[in-house]
Structures are given as C-alpha cells and as structure tokens.
Design a protein around this ligand. Structure first.
Ligand SMILES: [Zn+2]
Length: 259
C-alpha cells in the first residue's frame, strides 16, 4: 500500500553501504520509522530528501509493520543549519524533544492544536534566521513554551488567576508549577510555591508565544534582560512537563557557555 504524508526527518541511522533508517515526523501517523535504499548514491533521487531535517512530501510503501520510502518531494531545505554549529545544536534539540514526545504511528491532529509538522518547520526556519531580529535564546524559549502548549500543557496567561486583572502596577508573578499568573496584590507567599516576578516585557513575550497563530509565535522583540528571564522560565517549564532532559540540550548549552 502506498501512503503519502508531509513530514520532517528527525533522526537518521545508517544501514549497510547505501541505505538508512529515517524517523519521520508526520501529523497523520506520528513518528514513522522507514527504510530508505540507495540514498548515498550520487544519482539517488532521495540523496537530499533523506537528510536530517529534510521537510518533504514523502511517499511510503507500507507493508504490515514496515515502511519504505519510495520518493520524496522536497518542500523546504534546512541544510544551511549545518553551516552554524550553534544553530545545528539547537535544531538537534528540537528534533530530539519532538521525537521523544511523539508516539509512533498515531494520528497527531485530533487532540493537538494544529499541525506539529508545520510548527516544527516554523521553529527550524526561525532557527535559521536567528541573529537578524532575535537571538537563538528567544527562538529556543518560544519553541519550549509553545511546544508545551501543543503537548497539552498551556499556561494560563490571560490574567491574574485570582482577581482577573490583565496587568498590575505592582507587577505580575508567574507560578510555573501551577501554570498560572497572579498579580502582586493577590499574591500570597505562604501558599503559592515557586514563583517568578515577571518583567513586563517577559509577560508580553510569553503571551505572544502562547496566543499567536503558529507563524507569529516566534515573532516578538524584547530586550536582553527579558530574553534571559524568558529563557529560564521556558526551559524549566518544558523540562518539568517533559519529565526529562535531553542530551542535545546539554550539548547546546555547553556550546553557548551556559553550563
Ligand atoms: Zn490579582
């Protein structure tokens, strides 16, 4: 049976001299592990489409439990990520995180908010573009917070959970374990547990990440101090929900001198 899906390659393992296994993220079937033959031959039509981060329309032969790639029509090439080691490391973290959080051969469209494939393509595109309008740290934070939301862990950032105020002169606090906001007037230090007093710009960025359509969720500009705060909040929030850490994240942080 032939099946065709848009997907992004999240991992690749070599087999023999000319073949490989690829893990492809799709919306319709979650993660698909497929074999691709002859991909290292210079005249192979799959040469570029079977590369890591390749975003393409893949046509698979599906035979009981095995998938084989027949052909692939490229949609966008992220091969330039390979020219910048920091960007490549960040993209690898995104791929590892999505691979770990996506079940095999299960439809991802029903309960999730929108297409995961499209979201990851946007995240990789913004990683490529980072350095122009916003830093890699801002892209990373937007990915972590928005992907938490896609996984069903959206923080409630509409207003103070207690009084309903959208903003407060004395400031707003984020309660990361309770996934909600509370204003400084309602905040009770005895009951709230972990909390972060948010810079107004940080809250603006968090709301943009969570409430914008996917193509806008990376597009915000805040000062470095707010990016730092946002980065710490987003990473902690995502890892706490994912209940694990990622080797690719540790590597990225080592490269960026954060460890
Ligand atoms: Zn309040």
């Amino acid at each position: 049976m032939i099946e065709t899906y848009d997907g992004i390659i999240l991992a690749r393992r070599e087999i023999g001299e000319n073949g490989c296994y690829i893990d492809v993220l799709t919306d319709e079937k979650g993660l698909i592990e497929a074999s691709a033959h002859g991909v290292k031959k210079i005249n192979s039509p799959l040469l570029s489409s079977a590369a890591l981060f390749s975003y393409a329309t893949f046509s698979f032969s599906h035979n009981k439990t095995r998938y084989t790639v027949n052909s692939a029509r490229p949609k966008y090439s992220f091969h330039k990520l390979g020219e910048d080691i920091d960007k490549l490391a960040l993209a690898s973290y995104f791929a590892q995180a999505v691979r770990a959080c996506t079940p095999t051969e299960q439809n991802q469209l029903e309960e999730r908010r929108g297409s995961v494939v499209r979201f990851l393509a946007i995240a990789l595109f913004e990683t490529l573009r980072a350095g122009e309008e916003r830093s890699l740290e801002a892209v990373k934070a937007a990915f972590e917070l928005r992907y938490s939301m896609i996984l069903g862990f959206a923080p409630d950032l509409v207003a103070c959970h207690n009084c309903g105020k959208y903003e407060c002169e004395r400031g707003m606090l984020f309660l990361p374990r309770k996934s909600k906001l509370v204003c400084a007037e309602c905040f009770n230090p005895d009951f709230e547990g972990e909390r972060v007093m948010l810079l107004p710009e940080t809250l603006f960025a968090m709301r943009n990440i969570v409430f914008s359509p996917p193509e806008r969720c990376f597009k915000f500009t805040v000062r470095e101090q707010a990016v730092k705060q946002l980065a710490a909040i987003a990473e902690d929030y995502f890892l706490y929900r994912a209940e694990r850490t990622f080797t690719a994240l540790e590597y990225y942080k080592k490269l960026r001198g954060a460890l």
